[in-house]
Design a binder for this molecule. Structure first.
Ligand SMILES: [Zn+2]
Ligand SMILES: [Zn+2]
Length: 417
């Protein structure tokens, strides 16, 4: 689930942007009309750079291109790679390449591997058993004895990998199309979030999980193709269309979850209630409960200065909530009193007690004997589009434009600028 990089951004409302209409249906506060461009052409040749195996310290990798080409960055020379697996190894700031079983090795500042043909897949892994196939080309560079492996991939092919990992391909067509547009918008707006790294995005959920061509599915391919080149814009720029699994009944304004103080006009709190309850009510974790012993909770809280109440834990309670019901101020009392946001507490408990325990910051907490019980709704950070809500809305007959208009109010659907 993509999350934004917060920065000070002046965001002004565009005049033509919002068409708020008071909804007659109880529970739906606003709906938003879109200006639709129809079928917009994709920007030709747009490519994104994804850091592969980005959580690993890479000393060497294996690559199989099945008839592709190896380009040496030092000489610019190209040579066929054949069908054998090549091994690339970091040697200081250079890369040593050796064809599997072959006699000689080449040492260069870097290499680029191109598959055979535009739709070819190049397999990359630390070993052959964990290799994954990626479309586009693979650049291998080195620094301080570590490899950096970057997948240069056409944007639309990148989406084919990431969209089915965010939303199940069995989801209704309109929901998949909404996700395709959101993922495309995010992939353009959030480029450069890794600063000086030689790639735009990592291959982890921090950006969008990218596992290569094996994730592709005909249903999501069709949704990407049907919305080819379409993005949401605000003030003429693609938006950081963040999304999450299940809001539990209402999404939150970005500043209430990640702080930073700067509101973003299209990432405001939105009710996800319809005539029959929350649109995301079918999510398996729409309601959740998490019980933890007081001793374990105290141990977890003591791992961070911002949540450490000292040697004892007397109480923990929610003092403030945002408009969507997410805890924005949680009081922890022990030897001393500390306060923390619900989102920060969730991050801490995910790190210390397990990533699946506290599923959202939309919770209440109580004590039963020597245990603390957290009860909540929703899964994920709660900002932007709710995936289960999008699926519920699609099943209720909403178009992908209406779904996007609800979760990103005031934006325009247009072509890539
Ligand atoms: Zn990332
Ligand atoms: Zn929802």
């Amino acid at each position: 689930m993509a999350s934004p990089q917060l920065s000070g951004r002046a965001r002004k409302l565009a005049l033509r942007r919002v068409f708020h209409i008071p909804a007659a249906i109880a529970g739906i506060s606003l709906i938003c009309a879109f200006i639709i461009c129809g079928r917009c052409p994709a920007a030709p040749g747009r490519t994104v750079r994804i850091g592969l195996l980005s959580s690993r310290i890479l000393r060497s990798i294996e690559v199989t291109s099945s008839g592709g080409t190896l380009l040496s960055s030092g000489t610019g020379k190209a040579r066929p790679m054949g069908t054998r697996t090549w091994r690339f190894e970091a040697v200081g700031d250079t890369v040593k390449a050796r064809e599997g079983g072959g006699p000689g090795a080449m040492v260069m500042p870097g290499f680029t591997i191109r598959g055979k043909g535009p739709s070819a897949v190049v397999r990359v892994g630390i070993g052959r058993s964990d290799a994954r196939g990626y479309r586009g080309s693979i650049a291998v560079r080195a620094g301080d004895g570590r490899l950096v492996v970057v997948n240069w991939v056409p944007l639309e092919d990148y989406l084919r990998s990431v969209v089915p990992l965010e939303m199940p391909p069995s989801a209704p067509k309109a929901a998949l199309r909404a996700q395709a547009v959101a993922a495309r918008s995010f992939a353009i707006a959030a480029q450069g979030r890794h600063g000086r790294k030689p790639y735009d995005f990592c291959d982890l959920p921090h950006c969008q999980l990218h596992l290569g061509a094996r994730s592709e599915s005909p249903n999501t391919d069709a949704a990407i193709s049907a919305t080819e080149g379409q993005v949401l814009t605000e003030g003429g720029k693609p938006i950081e269309a963040v999304f999450h699994s299940c809001c539990g009944g209402a999404t939150s304004a970005i500043q209430d979850v990640w702080g930073g103080g700067t509101p973003v006009p299209y990432l405001v709190s939105r009710s996800d209630l319809g005539p029959h309850g929350a649109y995301c009510r079918r999510a398996p974790y729409f309601r959740w409960q998490f019980t933890v012993s007081a001793a374990s909770l105290l141990r977890a809280l003591r791992t961070s200065k911002s949540t450490d109440p000292g040697t004892r834990l007397h109480s923990i309670q929610v003092l403030k909530r945002d408009d969507a019901g997410r805890a924005t101020e949680v009081e922890i009392v022990g030897d001393k009193r500390v306060t923390v946001t619900g989102s920060a507490l969730r991050t801490l408990l995910s790190r210390t007690l397990g990533s699946d325990k506290m599923k959202s910051a939309r919770f209440a907490v109580g004590r039963r004997s020597q245990q603390y019980v957290f009860e909540g709704t929703g899964y994920g950070h709660g900002v932007g589009m709710c995936h289960w809500g999008a699926m519920g809305r699609a099943e209720a007959g909403e178009t992908y434009q209406e779904i996007l208009g609800h979760y990103y109010p005031g934006t325009l659907l247009g072509s890539i600028p």
